[in-house]
Design a protein around this ligand. Structure first.
Ligand SMILES: [Fe+2]
Length: 305
């Protein structure tokens, strides 16, 4: 049994979903268009544990698959939350330099580990010019932590799902400002455009429901706490696919016409090998005549060499 196949079986067991994790089958009909893109979650670039080499290997595997573009799913580096400016600066530079090897456009989603100096242990003054989201916005987000683009009649949204607490920590939350940005973005989008939404902290996760149950509840740092508010913004829209990160596992759920896929991790267990049975990998999405097909691609990285 290949590692990839093993990962798929585990995903099905974890998510409690009977349908195939490989083929989603035709979703709602509508626009045509055939293209391929890749979603790379939880890269966690770092100089230690051969983390930079691992990302370079993943990029070279992506280039061979020849997608039209790549979307990264947050937690791009490890780590800006609790570190000095020098280390955060080095990690952002390292990530950006490695990304130059992509032979296609790359769009970046913000994760919790990109929030600079948030934890008091970092010793960073909140008055620092790159404090918090500003470092990502300046270096990777063209001034924002939310972005969108169009491709072949489809609309792609990269939404900031990192909420900040009053005591310098984070939780899963889409802020009022981001919701306003989203409403404005959707206003400009034709109502019949198929939409793909990319987030770091998941909006929906069957595995978290299985792990924690209703009585205990899902910890607020693992899942978005205002999912109903976020999904309400897509009411009447053709939201086909939500790609999510943060959990380092592969799972899927379907609510009406929307498929939610948590896309594993390029770094698996933070470059220490497979995490909960899931190897280092990324999601390859093929859109064919308006239908979505996807699989988790194990790019063959072996940690600890
Ligand atoms: Fe992560």
């Amino acid at each position: 049994m290949t590692r990839r196949f093993t990962g798929i079986i585990k995903a099905i067991l974890l998510a409690g979903i009977i349908t195939s994790i490989i083929t989603t089958g035709p979703l709602l009909g509508g626009k045509t268009g055939s293209f391929r893109f890749v979603f790379m979650a939880d890269i966690h670039v770092m100089p230690e544990l051969r983390g930079a080499e691992g990302f370079a290997a993943a990029i070279s595997a992506v280039n061979k698959l020849d997608p039209d573009f790549v979307i990264t799913g947050g937690d791009l580096i490890y780590d800006a939350l609790e570190t000095s400016y020098e280390r955060a600066d080095l990690l952002y530079d390292m990530y950006q330099e490695l990304c130059e090897a992509f032979e296609m456009p790359v769009h970046h989603t913000i994760g919790n580990h990109e929030i600079f100096g948030l934890y008091p242990g970092s010793g960073i003054d909140p008055a620092h010019p790159e404090f918090g989201r500003k470092m990502f916005a300046k270096r990777l987000g063209r001034g924002s932590t939310n972005s969108s683009f169009d491709f072949e009649g489809w609309h792609f949204i990269l939404l900031d799902t990192i909420g900040l607490t009053g005591n310098r920590s984070y939780y899963g939350h889409v802020s009022p400002g981001s919701l306003e940005w989203l409403a404005r973005d959707l206003e400009k989008t034709p109502s019949d455009s198929p939409i793909v939404l990319c987030v770091h902290i998941p909006l929906v996760s069957p595995s978290l429901q299985v792990d924690y149950g209703l009585a205990e509840g899902v910890p607020h740092n693992l899942m978005v706490t205002n999912t109903p508010e976020v999904l309400a913004a897509f009411e009447g829209r053709d939201l086909r696919l939500v790609l999510q990160g943060h959990l380092h596992i592969v799972e899927q759920a379907q609510v009406k016409g929307t498929k939610f896929v948590t896309g594993g991790a390029v770094s698996a267990a933070w470059w220490k090998g497979p995490y909960k049975g899931f190897p280092e990998g990324f999601v390859v999405i093929d859109v064919k005549d308006g239908a979505i097909d996807y699989h988790y691609e194990d790019y063959g990285w072996q940690a600890g060499e």
